[in-house]
Write a protein that binds this ligand. Sequence first.
Ligand code: GUN
Length: 298
Amino acid sequence: MGLKKATIIDGKEFSSRTNQSLLPYVELIVEKIGRPPALAVILVGEDAASLVYVRNKVKQTKDAGMVSIEHQLSAETSEKTLLSLIDTLNKDDQIDGILVQLPLPDHINENSIINAIKPSKDVDGFSIPNVGLLSTSVSGLIPCTPLGCLLLLKSYVGDLSGKSAVIIGRSNIVGKPMAQLLLNENCTVTIAHSKTKNIEAVCKEADILVAAVGRPNFVKSEWVKKGAVVIDVGINRLPPEGDKKGRLVGDVDFNSVSNVASAITPVPGGVGPMTIACLLRNTVTAACKRRNFNEPEM
Ligand code: GUN
C-alpha cells in the first residue's frame, strides 16, 4: 500500500492572493484621503535576521502600493529616544501603522516600547489593548503570524468548530494569540510548552497542530495523528555545511510528518509569507479603522 503524502499548503501562493485582495482597499483609501496607507517600520541595531525581515516588509509594503517609511537606529539608541520617535509617529496623521522590529537591544524595555505605540496604529497587535480585544473576541489589530496561520487553516480546513487544536509554544507573539484565535473559532485548544509532560501524547490528540517553538525538526511523525493539519511556524537555520550557509528548516520534521498529516506548511514558503501579507492587511485595517471605512474581512 502506497503512503499518501500530505498536501503542501502553499503559503506563497496564498499570500499573493491575500495581497491582491487588499488592492481595492488601497485604491479606495487613495481616493478618499489622497494617499495610500502608510507604515512606519523601526529597526534598532543590526541583528542579521531582523535586517532581512525588515527589508522584506518594506519591499512588500511598497509593492502593494502602500507607503513604507523606515527608521533604522543604531544599537546604542536610548529607550528615551525610541519613545520620542514613537510619540512623533503616534501623532503623525500621515502614518497609519507603526511596527518596531523585535528583539530590541537588552537596555531597552520591550514592554514599554510595545505599549507606547498607539493601539490604533499597533499593526503587530502586541499592545495590551489589542491583546485584550482579541481575548474578548472583539476585533482589534491581530498579531500577523497567528492571523496568517488562521487564514491558511480556514482556507484549507474550512469550519474549525469542534476541532482539537494543539499549539506548541506559549509566546506573546505566536502561541498565546494563536490559542485565542482558535478558541474564537470554537476549537478545543491546548497549549503545550517546555514543561508539558508527555508532549508526544498531547500532540497526538490534535486535529490541528501548530508548532511555534524555535527548535529545528522538533515535531516527529510519531507525535502526529493520521490526517492532522500541521502548521509549522518555525524558521531555524541549521549549522553551515562546508562553505554553504545552513539550510532553513521548521519546527516540524517535514519529510516524516508529511507521511502522516493530511496537509502541512513547508519552511520556507508556508507561514513566513503569510506573516508579511497579514502585516500589509493590518496596515490597511488600521488605515480603515481610524476613519471608519469598511475594512478587510476574514
Ligand atoms: N520579530 C519576530 N517576529 C516579529 C513580529 O511578528 N513582529 C515584530 N515587530 N518583530 C518580530
